[in-house]
Design a protein around this ligand. Structure first.
Ligand SMILES: *[C@@H]1O[C@H](CO)[C@@H](O)[C@H](O)[C@H]1NC(C)=O
Ligand SMILES: *[C@@H]1O[C@H](CO)[C@@H](O)[C@H](O)[C@H]1NC(C)=O
Ligand SMILES: *[C@@H]1O[C@H](CO)[C@@H](O)[C@H](O)[C@H]1NC(C)=O
Ligand SMILES: *[C@@H]1O[C@H](CO)[C@@H](O)[C@H](O)[C@H]1NC(C)=O
Ligand SMILES: *[C@@H]1O[C@H](CO)[C@@H](O)[C@H](O)[C@H]1NC(C)=O
Length: 348
């Protein structure tokens, strides 16, 4: 038998060698996998360098962006922004995006929803602003189109931007995500998920400019500024059909095309269940909610310019704060201040 001290010594040596081996192996494999990750990332970075219109090409980036913003049940909230919506004007000190985000802060039970918003930027400045704000951001590319400036209602670029968003949202549905689409001129005063129907047979729940009392009536005037859509074969077909009309609808914006599709019987054709949302909860400037206790979102619809919207939405937030401070526990139901900026915006 060996001297026990000696054999203990060689045991230590053996263990150290083994440990060193493990560390080396670990090191090697981790740098190897780092390399793999880098190698995988490189082509994606190139693709994302604004040279492609193909949404599929940005697929992996979109997938991870969606996964990050998702609520676990594959539901996200999507808003699309361009430069004009993220930059303050010279006179007004806040941008549309600022006001949109403020609404989540002053809203009731809306703060945590910010983590589930995917902000889709159609130009670099909007993207930079989104990153600066530390939100969930995705950069949507389009060849040869400048989406930076303010798009006046129904201008050529306004229409192009609208179609681009329909195409993008189709991709989201195809990836299996349900989503709430919201314009940034929609104030989230309460959590809309608690107001939307949870019935899974309802494929689309869409806000209205004017609501006439029957949630299933096609007479309600839809507004594509806010809606919830479940991802399934029927809704994918709907968005495909909708987007397919792009080149056959000169001068019409995508909302009107959807309206025409609905009037033309697409709901019945695809067997869709579409709920039209009551302005009592999903309010807007076209038809104000009558009840501060019920109101969930407020959309600056029936308004022509960003400047006017920002002006009047600020007033909406003050009305809301005043309600929360003064009337929340009383039976008094205050009135919304008139949307004067927006009324004037049509006069030029
Ligand atoms: C990416 O775009 C930037 C700005 O347009 C340009 O300077 C840069 O060279 C591009 N990089 C690649 C890899 O194409
Ligand atoms: C997803 O989960 C959220 C949070 O639990 C819930 O409010 C929402 O209604 C769910 N959405 C769907 C489509 O089931
Ligand atoms: C969903 O709506 C359908 C059609 O109205 C109805 O038959 C079904 O019972 C509803 N499901 C739930 C869970 O309420
Ligand atoms: C284009 O629109 C016209 C009139 O609305 C319609 O008859 C025609 O079928 C459409 N074509 C396509 C390819 O959708
Ligand atoms: C309203 O009542 C609730 C519950 O009693 C209370 O917590 C809250 O502070 C009250 N709000 C105002 C504005 O008085």
């Amino acid at each position: 038998m060996d001297n026990p001290k000696q054999s203990f010594g060689s045991f230590i040596v053996a263990v150290s060698l083994l440990l060193a081996g493990i560390i080396l192996l670990f090191h090697w494999s981790s740098s190897f996998s780092n390399q793999l990750v880098l190698n995988q990332k490189e082509p994606l970075c190139k693709q994302s360098n604004f040279t492609t219109t193909n949404v599929e090409a940005d697929g992996d980036i979109l997938d991870s962006a969606l996964a990050k913003a998702s609520m676990g049940n594959k539901t996200v909230m999507i808003a699309i922004v361009n430069k004009a919506y993220v930059e303050e004007g010279v006179e007004s000190e806040s941008s549309m995006l600022d006001i949109f985000l403020s609404s989540f802060w002053v809203g009731e039970g809306t703060r945590s929803l910010i983590h589930h918003i995917l902000l889709v930027a159609v130009d670099q400045i909007a993207y930079d602003r989104c990153i600066f704000l530390n939100l969930n951001c995705f950069r949507l590319q389009t060849d040869g189109v400048d989406f930076e400036g303010e798009k006046l209602y129904m201008s050529q670029d306004f229409i192009k931007m609208m179609w681009r968003r329909t195409q993008f949202l189709l991709q989201v549905l195809k990836r299996g995500y349900n989503f709430v689409f919201t314009d940034t001129d929609v104030m989230w005063l309460r959590n809309p998920l608690t107001r939307l129907s949870k019935n899974e047979t309802e494929d689309l729940q869409i806000s209205t400019d004017m609501y006439f009392g029957d949630p299933w009536s096609k007479k309600n005037q839809i507004n594509t500024g806010f809606y919830f859509v479940r991802s399934n074969k029927k809704t994918i077909s709907l968005f495909e059909t909708w987007y397919g009309e792009k080149d056959n609808s000169t001068g019409k914006k995508e909302q009107d095309v959807l309206l025409d599709l609905i009037r033309g019987g697409i709901i019945e054709q695809l067997g869709l269940r579409v709920r039209f949302l009551d302005t009592l909860y999903f309010s807007g400037f076209c038809q104000d909610s009558k009840d501060f206790r019920a109101v969930t979102t407020v959309h600056a619809n029936c308004c022509r310019s960003i400047h006017a919207k920002v002006l009047d939405l600020k007033v909406v937030l003050s009305d809301w704060k005043r309600f929360r401070m003064l009337y929340a526990n009383s039976t008094t139901n205050p009135q919304w201040t008139k949307h004067e900026g927006c009324m004037k915006s049509w006069q030029t």
